[in-house]
Design a protein around this ligand. Sequence first.
Ligand SMILES: Nc1ncnc2c1ncn2[C@@H]1O[C@H](COP(=O)(O)OP(=O)(O)OP(=O)(O)O)[C@@H](O)[C@H]1O
Ligand SMILES: [Mg+2]
Length: 210
Amino acid sequence: MEQNGHLPEVRDLCVDYLAENGTVRAVDHVSLTIDKGETLCLAGESGCGKSTLAFSIANLHKPPALIAGVEILFHREDIHGFDERRLRQFRWNETSLVFQSAMNCLNPVITIGEQICDVILAHQPVTVDEARERAAELLLTVGIHRNRLGDYPHQFSGGMRHRVVIAIALALNPRLVIMDEPTTTLDVVVEREIMSVLGNRNRLSALRFY
Ligand SMILES: Nc1ncnc2c1ncn2[C@@H]1O[C@H](COP(=O)(O)OP(=O)(O)OP(=O)(O)O)[C@@H](O)[C@H]1O
Ligand SMILES: [Mg+2]
């Protein structure tokens, strides 16, 4: 059944960091909506609150970050009203966040094939062979050949590691992918490939920060 509403719809979001010597407002009255299949790009200087906004929309913000009275709607549901079960589903199957410097989050002692398969096997009822096949397809969508599945992160360039992380973010077919500075290590050609990956998935919405 098709669900209605935007993915997400943010109304007047403010996020403060509470510190001993006062409060810093990192996100100040931000409103935005993204529709199905739409990519929204936001550019801003260092320290302007991009990562803070990304974390809040993914519902991953933690103290000292505090959200001041606001609604963040996902398919018309307020994400801050989610119970544990709904939150798990939201975080894994509906939204994924590519962290800033995400490529440093890859485990250095596990092959990238295994890392992609682990995500798929932990959340989807598929066999190991099916997960491997899916991992190979995902790598291909970010322009990396399947014969690299058995390689370790250090055997890839920075841009390639970044693309591996994007492949992992797409592994569970999320409805929304939030990419916090995804392109700093990507050259123009790769950036175009990534844009076309996002564009080819017509039910996928994206929010990208630069
Ligand atoms: N844990 C924290 N505690 C207190 N203040 C914080 C914390 N994290 C971020 N800030 C402040 O919030 C503001 C926004 O930070 P944020 O990381 O969202 O910026 P950004 O736009 O992502 O910057 P960059 O482009 O450098 O990644 C900054 O002034 C920063 O000092
Ligand atoms: Mg940032």
